[in-house]
Design a protein around this ligand. Structure first.
Ligand code: HEC
Length: 116
């Protein structure tokens, strides 16, 4: 019984991880942070353009952002803390240094850097 329960749990987590569940379960880790704080402006992996919020606040598609030149975890961490510190031209994306913990920022940065 216990073993069957564990296998059941594993199957559920696999379904969650591959995103093929019928409903959207709460996701934790960097992806959960992303869904909560970023996905309203940014496209999600594999999906075209995220919904726009406010006037033209649509962010770029990040599904392959880790493969662009110079985009590594350091870059993303700095960007998420404060986009203006990296690109003074960035206008729409808010700084997250007061909204996310440093650990969340690092985790997200590494997750983004791995998106190739
Ligand atoms: C209010 C909308 C909005 C939210 C929320 C938002 N972004 Fe952005 N993001 C943008 C826009 C717009 C840009 C393009 C630059 C600009 O004009 O600010 C951008 C650019 C980026 C870039 C591209 C940097 C590069 O390589 O040039 C990354 C990476 C990024 N965002 C990550 C995130 C992450 C991670 C979060 C959540 C913690 C997030 N964004 C939340 C709107 C948003």
């Amino acid at each position: 019984m216990v073993v069957r329960g564990i296998i059941g749990m594993m199957m559920i987590s696999i379904a969650w991880a591959s995103g093929c569940g019928p409903t959207e379960p709460p996701v934790s880790g960097p992806e959960g942070t992303y869904l909560l704080h970023c996905a309203q402006c940014h496209a999600r992996g594999g999906e075209p353009g995220g919904p726009s919020k406010g006037m033209g606040s649509r962010g770029p598609d990040l599904s392959r952002v880790g493969s662009y030149k110079g985009r590594n975890a350091e870059y993303f961490a700095a960007w998420i803390r404060d986009p203006r510190s990296v690109d003074p031209q960035a206008r729409l994306m808010p700084a997250f240094k007061d909204k996310l913990t440093e650990a969340q920022i690092r985790e997200l940065a590494e997750w983004l850097a791995a998106k190739k």
